[in-house]
Design a protein around this ligand. Structure first.
Ligand code: PYC
Length: 329
């Protein structure tokens, strides 16, 4: 067939354009971009192996979805994939502007709400497979879900570190699906106007952890920093600020961060199994949480939050676009 000029646009659309189908949601203010179509071929097998292939062979996909001009730094991506466990509604790999996340609590609530919006799951009990384990979801209504997170625990209590400009700071190291350094008393008031100062302080803490070789289990980087302070709402228990890898902050109270907090409270005997904890975020949104104890060190936290669909559509990648893989990193 001879290709005449008016056919070129058509061919480009049909054969060369690559489309990525997405649904955007926010959970208590924190955005999640759920990839429903057009994801990279990262094979099958255990999810941690698929994450390794994603990072090695398809990292440009992550950058395209998250970075400008198609995305923005605060958004967390969620690639839906086939689960290895047939009892799960889906497998999900979370990623952000810096790399890949083991788990993401706000993201899991967003994925559950999006799967229901797409007609792929019903209300009630569902399961999701993540690279760090299976999580149980209870979708209470189209915009509210409980997630039963992976087992969470405190690794180290009251670790002192010297932080540039802040002096000695004391925090706990805990796992809630990601690694956290939790500081009981925020060095800066937890109000939205102070976000720049909070980002600066948390970045300094992260640098000090790196400098001093303080890590999670097996040398894992502690890539989330959490400050706590008094809540603003009379019925909440605490307010937090959560610094995420990639120099962003969580608009929600952070599901994995709240899980890590519960692990510390449980280890200190300050919160009993089944007792409710209301964690307020820096923007005033909240997760309601509780836990069951599974052994001397581990708890299983349940986090309840709301998510809302914001948009859906296709990201388009035109082959000649110099920013097809995003701007930066
Ligand atoms: O909700 O677990 C979470 C989370 C991690 C990073 C951003 N949100």
């Amino acid at each position: 067939m001879e290709i005449v000029p008016h056919m070129v646009g058509q061919l480009v659309r049909e054969r060369i354009l690559s489309k990525i189908g997405f649904v955007d949601a926010h959970t208590e203010g924190e955005p999640t971009r759920i990839i429903v179509d057009g994801g990279p071929d990262i094979g099958d097998g255990p999810l941690p192996e698929r994450v390794a292939r994603f990072a090695k062979f398809a990292d440009d996909f992550r950058r395209c979805v998250i970075l400008e001009p198609r995305g923005w730094d605060a958004v967390v991506g969620a690639l839906l994939c086939e689960p290895t466990d047939p009892t799960c509604a889906a497998g999900v790999i979370f990623f952000n502007n810096a790399g890949y996340l083991g788990m993401c609590g706000h993201g899991a609530v967003g994925v559950a709400v999006a799967l229901h919006y797409l007609g792929k799951i019903g209300l009630g009990q569902n399961r999701l497979e993540t690279p760090v384990g299976i999580i149980e979801i209870d979708l209470h209504n189209p915009n509210q879900a409980s997630i039963q997170n992976v087992p969470s625990y405190r690794l180290h209590r009251s670790v002192p570190i010297e932080v540039d400009g802040l002096g000695t700071v004391v925090g706990d190291v805990a796992w809630g699906g990601n690694w956290f350094f939790l500081i009981g008393e925020s060095p800066v008031d937890l109000i939205l106007d102070n976000v720049d100062a909070l980002m600066d302080a948390s970045g300094r803490v992260r640098d000090a952890l790196r400098r001093n070789g303080i890590t999670g289990a097996n040398g894992a980087e502690i890539d989330h920093i959490e400050f706590f302070g008094p809540p603003h709402a009379a019925d909440a228990d605490s307010r937090n600020f959560v610094y995420c890898p990639g120099g962003q902050y969580d608009r929600s109270p952070c599901g994995t961060g709240t899980s890590a907090k519960l692990a510390c409270l449980a280890a200190d005997g300050k919160l009993q199994p089944g007792e409710q904890w209301i964690q307020e975020s820096i923007i005033g949104s909240r997760f309601t949480a509780n836990y069951v104890r599974i052994d001397e060190h581990n708890i299983v936290p349940t986090i309840v939050g709301h998510a809302f669909i914001c948009s859906e559509g296709n990201l388009i990648r035109q082959p000649l676009d110099p920013f097809i893989s995003g701007i930066r990193c």
